[in-house]
Design a protein around this ligand. Structure first.
Ligand SMILES: Cc1cc2nc3c(=O)[nH]c(=O)nc-3n(C[C@H](O)[C@H](O)[C@H](O)COP(=O)(O)OP(=O)(O)OC[C@H]3O[C@@H](n4cnc5c(N)ncnc54)[C@H](O)[C@@H]3O)c2cc1C
Length: 428
């Protein structure tokens, strides 16, 4: 039996935005490459997000530099299907060599020669270099505290589509980052009784003084920050583009009927226990919010920007009863809760990479995406080079740097080959 073998200089695994960006930059530099994708282009945007999701950043911001969203108001928030179509159109426009429906199952380093042997669902690929673009959010994580009660419907935010998916009754949403808070609000609007478990978070203003927070983070240099503030690496950001975009305000949600609780700690005999940290978490979220306003004001003053004042943005609503008299224990059945939505984030899954490129904690060892394993690269991971790395516009720039690194390596080897070849010619 003969096994079909494809050869390429650079193999990109994954055709989400990271893989498409890689292909654009590699193509520009003339690096022969191939992108393989197990599903469809931008599959995560199509099938791993809830139905009503729109991009968190406005259309002018959450895109690649080379193409705008056709026919959309630049200030609008693009529905997830259109984000997926955008990347599909982008891949077509740059003529990206993408093979869909091909899963990479194993990557091993060649011995005695550079490069990797790549086992896929469609045969072997011999690649001099491999770029891992399989996403920042691969494996939905539900913490071990999840109750083992078959009467409760439990779902991760990655599998949540809409309120009709859940059985009748109340819902506990665990996690109040962008996913958790948006899903909780959608459920509340659908008439559900909603309990939202709120941990430490940042909640930047959606807009301030006439500019979107994406603009403020840009001019204030926040997107470019290379390391998260110590101790705040796991703080989620509660921001939403839904219904034209609004500032997430947990107190307002509570005044609308949502019950806020602190961090979910355990479930025992049908009773959920919450940490007494809700007021603290909200206070720290407010602090973050007000700091953005202060920094924005200082920036506007220093640079003489003529932006309308917005003192009303500093008004913090009074604490609702669930904050002043927090729920620390909740009998789920007695409260009518039939579902739990776990908006508790994701882990990465690199089990298919049989290479020596990971630290003791299982995280890839790399510098700005250039792995410690020569010829292996990562792209699209959170904080790969900076805060923007896992976001649409940030990954495009990181991909440019990684492609340049690959191009430079190719030049070193071209030089080496030329010397070798000269030696062989003179010896002949
Ligand atoms: C709910 C949610 C909302 C978000 N909203 C925004 C937003 O508004 N703006 C923004 O900038 N960012 C947003 N992000 C962050 C980020 O932009 C997305 O997660 C985006 O999908 C990441 O793109 P990616 O190409 O790195 O990964 P993905 O889009 O996940 O693409 C990775 C691809 O690799 C493929 N793949 C994986 N393993 C293999 C394998 N072994 N072989 C072959 N193919 C494989 C997958 O099928 C997938 O298509 C959001 C994230 C989430 C979870």
């Amino acid at each position: 039996m003969t096994v079909e073998m494809t050869s390429t200089d650079t193999l990109v695994v994954g055709a989400g935005q990271a893989g498409v960006a890689m292909s654009e930059h590699l193509g520009r530099l003339g690096v022969p490459h191939l992108v393989v994708e197990r599903d469809r282009i931008a599959e995560s945007w199509r099938t791993r997000r809830w139905d009503s999701l729109v991009a968190n950043g406005p259309a002018w911001h959450d895109r690649f530099p080379g193409m705008e969203f056709d026919g959309l108001d630049p200030g609008s928030f693009v529905p997830k299907e259109q984000v997926a179509s955008y990347f599909e159109a982008y891949a077509k426009r740059i003529d990206a060599p993408i093979r869909t429906g091909v899963e990479v199952r194993r990557v091993t380093r060649n011995t005695g020669r550079p490069g990797f042997s790549v086992e896929t669902s469609d045969g072997m690929i011999d690649a001099r270099r491999v770029v891992v673009a399989t996403g920042p959010f691969q494996r939905p994580v539900i913490p071990a505290i999840a109750p083992r009660d078959p009467a409760l419907f439990q779902i991760h935010s990655a599998a949540y589509r809409n309120s009709a998916q859940l059985p009748a009754g109340g819902v506990l949403v665990v996690g109040a980052g962008s996913s958790g808070v948006q899903i909780a609000e959608e459920l509340l609007r659908a008439g559900r009784a909603v309990y939202l478990s709120v941990g430490p978070h940042d909640r930047p203003p959606r807009r301030y003084r006439g500019r979107d927070f994406c603009w403020w983070l840009g001019v204030l240099g926040e997107w470019e920050k290379e390391v998260a503030q110590p101790g705040r690496e796991h703080v989620t950001i509660a921001v939403s583009g839904a219904r034209g975009g609004y500032t997430v305000d947990f107190r307002q949600l509570a005044h609308q009927g949502m019950t806020l609780v602190g961090v979910t700690q355990s479930f025992e005999n049908g009773v959920a226990a919450f940490a007494p940290d809700l007021a603290d978490n909200l206070a720290r979220g407010d602090e973050n919010y007000l700091t953005v306003l202060d920094t924005a004001d200082a920036y506007a003053a220093r640079n003489g920007l003529d932006l309308p004042e917005e003192p009303e943005a500093r008004v913090i609503l009074p604490d609702p009863a669930c904050v002043t008299d927090p729920v620390l224990e909740l009998d789920l059945a007695a409260a009518g809760i039939t579902s739990i939505v776990w908006a508790t984030g994701y882990a990465v899954d690199f089990g298919w990479l049989d290479v020596d490129a990971f630290g003791a904690n299982g995280k890839p060892l790399h510098q700005r995406g250039v792995s410690v394993e020569p010829g292996l690269y990562f792209i699209g991971l959170p904080w790969l080079s900076c805060r923007a790395s896992a976001f649409i516009w940030g990954v495009w720039r990181d991909a440019q740097r990684v492609a340049e690194h690959i191009d430079t390596q190719r030049k070193y080897f071209a030089h080496h080959d030329a010397i070798q070849h000269g030696r062989e010619t003179s010896a002949a």
